[in-house]
Design a protein around this ligand. Structure first.
Ligand code: NI
Length: 181
Protein backbone atom coordinates (compact mmCIF):
# COMPACT_ATOMS: atom_id res chain seq x y z
CA UNK A 1 0.00 0.00 0.00
CA UNK A 2 1.21 3.48 -0.87
CA UNK A 3 1.41 4.93 2.65
CA UNK A 4 3.93 7.51 3.75
CA UNK A 5 4.14 10.27 6.36
CA UNK A 6 2.68 13.49 5.02
CA UNK A 7 4.23 16.92 5.47
CA UNK A 8 2.54 18.80 8.30
CA UNK A 9 1.66 22.46 7.81
CA UNK A 10 3.22 24.68 10.46
CA UNK A 11 1.61 27.64 12.23
CA UNK A 12 1.75 30.62 9.88
CA UNK A 13 0.68 28.53 6.89
CA UNK A 14 -2.67 30.01 5.76
CA UNK A 15 -4.15 26.49 5.27
CA UNK A 16 -4.41 26.23 9.09
CA UNK A 17 -6.60 29.34 9.18
CA UNK A 18 -9.18 28.27 6.56
CA UNK A 19 -12.68 27.11 7.38
CA UNK A 20 -12.63 23.69 5.70
CA UNK A 21 -15.40 22.45 3.41
CA UNK A 22 -17.66 19.45 3.95
CA UNK A 23 -16.77 16.08 2.44
CA UNK A 24 -19.51 15.20 -0.06
CA UNK A 25 -18.27 11.96 -1.67
CA UNK A 26 -17.07 8.95 0.29
CA UNK A 27 -16.43 6.41 -2.45
CA UNK A 28 -13.34 8.13 -3.76
CA UNK A 29 -10.07 6.22 -3.66
CA UNK A 30 -8.29 9.49 -2.90
CA UNK A 31 -10.33 9.98 0.32
CA UNK A 32 -9.59 6.44 1.52
CA UNK A 33 -5.90 6.86 0.72
CA UNK A 34 -5.82 10.23 2.55
CA UNK A 35 -7.39 8.60 5.66
CA UNK A 36 -4.75 5.83 5.63
CA UNK A 37 -1.99 8.40 5.18
CA UNK A 38 -3.33 10.55 8.03
CA UNK A 39 -3.36 7.55 10.41
CA UNK A 40 0.15 6.57 9.35
CA UNK A 41 1.38 10.17 9.73
CA UNK A 42 -0.02 10.70 13.22
CA UNK A 43 1.54 7.45 14.42
CA UNK A 44 4.84 8.40 12.78
CA UNK A 45 4.94 11.75 14.65
CA UNK A 46 3.52 10.45 17.96
CA UNK A 47 0.28 12.39 17.59
CA UNK A 48 -3.08 11.48 19.12
CA UNK A 49 -5.12 13.37 16.55
CA UNK A 50 -4.66 14.95 13.15
CA UNK A 51 -6.91 17.05 10.94
CA UNK A 52 -6.84 17.05 7.14
CA UNK A 53 -6.07 20.81 6.86
CA UNK A 54 -2.83 20.10 8.75
CA UNK A 55 -1.65 18.14 5.71
CA UNK A 56 -2.89 20.75 3.24
CA UNK A 57 -6.32 19.24 2.57
CA UNK A 58 -8.92 21.83 3.63
CA UNK A 59 -11.75 19.31 4.11
CA UNK A 60 -13.76 18.40 7.24
CA UNK A 61 -11.95 15.20 8.12
CA UNK A 62 -9.92 14.38 11.21
CA UNK A 63 -8.50 11.29 12.88
CA UNK A 64 -8.88 10.72 16.61
CA UNK A 65 -6.35 8.14 17.80
CA UNK A 66 -5.57 8.41 21.48
CA UNK A 67 -2.81 6.04 22.60
CA UNK A 68 0.11 6.32 25.03
CA UNK A 69 3.27 7.61 23.35
CA UNK A 70 6.30 9.73 24.32
CA UNK A 71 4.35 12.98 23.71
CA UNK A 72 1.29 11.80 25.71
CA UNK A 73 2.44 8.98 28.04
CA UNK A 74 -0.86 8.81 29.94
CA UNK A 75 -3.25 8.86 26.97
CA UNK A 76 -6.02 6.21 26.90
CA UNK A 77 -5.96 3.68 24.05
CA UNK A 78 -8.55 3.62 21.25
CA UNK A 79 -8.75 2.46 17.65
CA UNK A 80 -7.76 5.27 15.23
CA UNK A 81 -11.16 6.74 14.34
CA UNK A 82 -11.65 8.83 11.19
CA UNK A 83 -14.42 11.43 11.66
CA UNK A 84 -15.87 13.05 8.56
CA UNK A 85 -17.99 16.23 8.79
CA UNK A 86 -17.97 16.00 12.62
CA UNK A 87 -20.32 18.14 14.69
CA UNK A 88 -19.85 18.41 18.42
CA UNK A 89 -22.17 19.35 21.24
CA UNK A 90 -20.99 19.64 24.84
CA UNK A 91 -22.61 17.14 27.21
CA UNK A 92 -21.54 19.05 30.29
CA UNK A 93 -21.23 22.72 31.18
CA UNK A 94 -18.04 21.93 33.07
CA UNK A 95 -14.73 22.83 31.45
CA UNK A 96 -11.33 21.50 32.48
CA UNK A 97 -8.00 23.17 31.81
CA UNK A 98 -5.13 20.92 30.75
CA UNK A 99 -2.08 20.98 28.51
CA UNK A 100 -2.27 20.37 24.78
CA UNK A 101 0.24 20.35 21.99
CA UNK A 102 -0.08 20.29 18.22
CA UNK A 103 2.04 18.79 15.44
CA UNK A 104 1.60 22.11 13.60
CA UNK A 105 3.06 24.04 16.57
CA UNK A 106 6.11 22.01 17.67
CA UNK A 107 7.89 22.78 20.93
CA UNK A 108 4.94 24.61 22.51
CA UNK A 109 2.28 23.51 24.99
CA UNK A 110 -0.56 25.44 26.54
CA UNK A 111 -3.18 24.70 29.17
CA UNK A 112 -6.56 25.38 27.60
CA UNK A 113 -10.11 24.88 28.89
CA UNK A 114 -12.26 22.26 27.11
CA UNK A 115 -15.66 20.74 27.85
CA UNK A 116 -15.20 17.58 29.91
CA UNK A 117 -17.69 15.70 27.71
CA UNK A 118 -18.94 15.97 24.12
CA UNK A 119 -21.37 14.19 21.83
CA UNK A 120 -19.98 13.96 18.32
CA UNK A 121 -21.98 13.21 15.18
CA UNK A 122 -19.92 12.27 12.15
CA UNK A 123 -19.72 10.01 9.12
CA UNK A 124 -17.25 7.15 9.29
CA UNK A 125 -14.88 6.48 6.40
CA UNK A 126 -17.60 4.63 4.48
CA UNK A 127 -20.18 7.39 4.93
CA UNK A 128 -22.05 5.67 7.78
CA UNK A 129 -23.67 8.23 10.14
CA UNK A 130 -22.41 7.74 13.70
CA UNK A 131 -23.10 9.39 17.06
CA UNK A 132 -20.88 8.82 20.10
CA UNK A 133 -20.22 10.34 23.51
CA UNK A 134 -16.71 10.93 24.76
CA UNK A 135 -15.25 12.37 27.95
CA UNK A 136 -11.90 13.42 29.37
CA UNK A 137 -8.78 13.34 27.23
CA UNK A 138 -10.50 11.94 24.11
CA UNK A 139 -13.19 14.67 24.32
CA UNK A 140 -10.31 17.15 24.50
CA UNK A 141 -8.67 15.73 21.35
CA UNK A 142 -12.00 15.89 19.48
CA UNK A 143 -12.49 19.57 20.41
CA UNK A 144 -8.88 20.34 19.39
CA UNK A 145 -9.23 18.60 15.99
CA UNK A 146 -12.66 20.10 15.25
CA UNK A 147 -11.15 23.53 15.91
CA UNK A 148 -8.64 22.83 13.10
CA UNK A 149 -11.58 22.37 10.71
CA UNK A 150 -12.71 25.90 11.59
CA UNK A 151 -9.24 27.43 11.20
CA UNK A 152 -8.53 27.61 14.93
CA UNK A 153 -5.53 26.33 16.90
CA UNK A 154 -5.26 25.59 20.62
CA UNK A 155 -3.37 28.85 21.26
CA UNK A 156 -6.59 30.68 20.29
CA UNK A 157 -8.28 28.97 23.27
CA UNK A 158 -5.80 30.07 25.93
CA UNK A 159 -7.22 32.17 28.74
CA UNK A 160 -3.84 33.75 29.50
CA UNK A 161 -0.47 33.82 27.76
CA UNK A 162 0.90 32.69 31.16
CA UNK A 163 -0.55 29.24 30.32
CA UNK A 164 1.87 28.81 27.37
CA UNK A 165 5.06 26.80 28.07
CA UNK A 166 7.76 25.04 26.07
CA UNK A 167 7.83 21.29 25.41
CA UNK A 168 10.95 20.97 27.60
CA UNK A 169 9.19 22.58 30.58
CA UNK A 170 6.10 20.45 29.89
CA UNK A 171 8.19 17.26 30.05
CA UNK A 172 9.63 18.43 33.40
CA UNK A 173 6.09 19.03 34.65
CA UNK A 174 5.02 15.52 33.57
CA UNK A 175 7.91 13.94 35.45
CA UNK A 176 7.29 15.98 38.61
CA UNK A 177 3.59 14.98 38.46
CA UNK A 178 4.62 11.32 38.16
CA UNK A 179 7.17 11.40 40.96
CA UNK A 180 4.79 13.06 43.39
CA UNK A 181 4.14 10.66 46.30
NI1 NI B 1 -3.44 20.31 16.39
Amino acid sequence: MDVKPLKIAQLGNPVLRNVSGNVEKFDLKTLQRLIDNLIYTLNFYNGVGLAAPQVNHPIRLCIIASHPNPRYPDAPTMEPTPMINPQIRPTSTETVKDYEGCLSIPGIRAAVPRYSGVRVSYSDRYGQATVKNYSGFIARIIQHECDHLDGLVFLDRTVSSMDIITEIEYQKLLHSRKNRP
